[in-house]
Design a binder for this molecule. Structure first.
Ligand code: ZN
Length: 437
């Protein structure tokens, strides 16, 4: 299916990479769902000229062409702001005062969203370079013929498994305002959406998953080899036993969104404990994490002031469940409640508590021991970043990107042996491999 689509949902603010065909900008826009307020507020005050200054550096211009587009948006917002001020209404004055009050936090948020190479902020507390994830170059050795890769997991043989959308893209016409998928009549994705790659070479080992999904999003392969998939069009979560294309568990009602015990609304991710208890992040519209027993019976729910719970990672030995609260630009860690008689599910884990920590616009988290690995996507397209964070404090330990830079990183997974980390992106559709210490 072509990505021509109907009119964009955010007509006032369209951006892309100047000089490049924005073949993916449309659905990235949809995936990012930036709001005009988010864009305009930082640009509305003269105090922000420092930021605009940053954009005008020739080095940055050369490296990040799309910054030009962002600068233009800034100018538009500025003009918008002037016209609002010229109205001299009482409301406009109140608005200005409010803007001034929130400006410092917005500046901090912008800095968190920019890669360290731009902000000049020290990349990390003293960490020897050797402990940073190291990109495995020239991997995979083959060219993958895949669509938007939205999920990655690692199987019991330490091979990476990816979930992609074939020729389907999430664009402005994919859903109606109530969240109903608009293209049910097109049928499910015909391509094999689940692909296993060889950890050493990246060559194809297995592929399956055609005619099952409409807009798959999250992927997990649990310790017993079951494959779990969330689908945001179907509003469902599936569990496939090893070697089977028939789900042994299906949760949610096909194409029906909701927020009760039997429905999801665009669920994003699944993590599974060794006992089979699993957690679902729900999701794009609901603001909750659901906990189920191994048979799929709902045990508990944790609802928070989330703005797109986009990814989960479980550190069972610590009873920690960390959540990528995407549009709030923060990571929140809670207790998974897996240890009898100890901390309850949903109680805060670590000193950051329920408020979590503002770390930048975080798309996905994975973990190894005391370290969290997270991928970030700036509101300034193309300036994405990977960060290692300390699980307890959520402070940044190091920052890393592949030599080619990240496109729009969407998911991250660490192998069970802890030696490799994989990151998939939705534009361009690629997988990156990093070696971990
Ligand atoms: Zn997503």
């Amino acid at each position: 299916m072509e990505n021509a689509g109907p009119a964009p949902m955010i007509p006032r603010l369209t951006y892309g990479v100047v000089g490049q065909t924005p073949d993916w900008s449309f659905d990235v826009l949809q995936e990012l769902q930036p709001s005009p307020q988010v864009f305009c507020i930082p640009f509305r005050r003269r105090e922000i000229t420092g930021i605009l200054h940053l954009f005008s550096s020739p080095v940055i211009m050369g490296k990040y062409a799309n910054v030009v587009a962002v600068g233009l948006i800034g100018m538009l917002c500025l003009l918008d702001g002037y016209s609002a001020r010229n109205l001299k209404t009482e409301q406009a004055e109140i608005e200005q005062r409010q803007l001034l009050n929130i400006l410092p936090s917005w500046l901090e948020r912008i800095r968190n969203n920019l890669p360290s190479s731009l902000t000049g902020r020290s990349a990390s507390v003293d960490v020897p370079a050797a402990t940073k994830p190291a990109e495995v170059l020239n991997w995979p050795s083959i060219e993958l013929d895949v669509g938007q890769i939205t999920g990655v997991a690692v199987d019991d043989k330490s091979n990476p498994v990816i979930l992609h959308r074939g020729n389907i893209k999430w664009d402005g016409g994919s859903f109606d305002r109530s969240g109903l998928y608009n293209r049910i009549a097109d049928g499910p994705i015909k391509n094999d959406t689940i692909v296993t790659l060889d950890a050493a070479t990246g060559s194809l080992i297995d592929h399956w998953g055609s005619n099952l999904f409409y807009m798959p999003h999250g992927l997990e392969v649990d310790a017993n080899g079951n494959t779990w998939v969330t689908d945001v069009a179907l509003h469902q979560v599936f569990k496939f036993p090893k070697g089977s294309q028939v789900p042994s568990l299906t949760l949610g009602e096909a194409f029906v969104s909701g927020s009760d015990d039997k429905h999801f609304c665009k669920p994003t991710d699944v993590v599974v404990s060794s006992s089979g208890i699993f957690f679902v992040s729900d999701g794009y519209c609901n603001k909750r994490i659901l906990k189920f027993d191994a048979d799929g019976r709902l045990l508990d729910a944790f609802t928070g002031p989330f703005n797109i719970v986009h990814s989960l990672t479980l550190m069972e030995e610590k009873d920690a469940l960390c959540i990528a609260d995407r549009e709030n630009s923060r990571i929140v860690c809670i207790h998974a409640g897996l240890k009898e008689g100890q901390a309850k599910f949903g109680s805060p884990y670590g000193p950051a508590g329920y408020t979590g920590k503002d770390v930048g616009r975080v798309f996905a988290v994975a973990a190894k021991g005391q370290q969290l690995y997270a991928v970030f996507q700036s509101i300034f397209l193309g300036m994405s970043d990977g960060k290692t964070l300390d699980l307890d404090t959520l402070s940044t330990v190091s920052r890393w990107t592949p030599a080619s830079g990240f496109g729009s990183p969407h998911d991250v997974a660490v192998s069970r042996d802890g030696e490799a980390m994989y990151i998939v992106q939705i534009g361009p559709n690629r997988i990156h491999k990093f070696a971990l210490e």
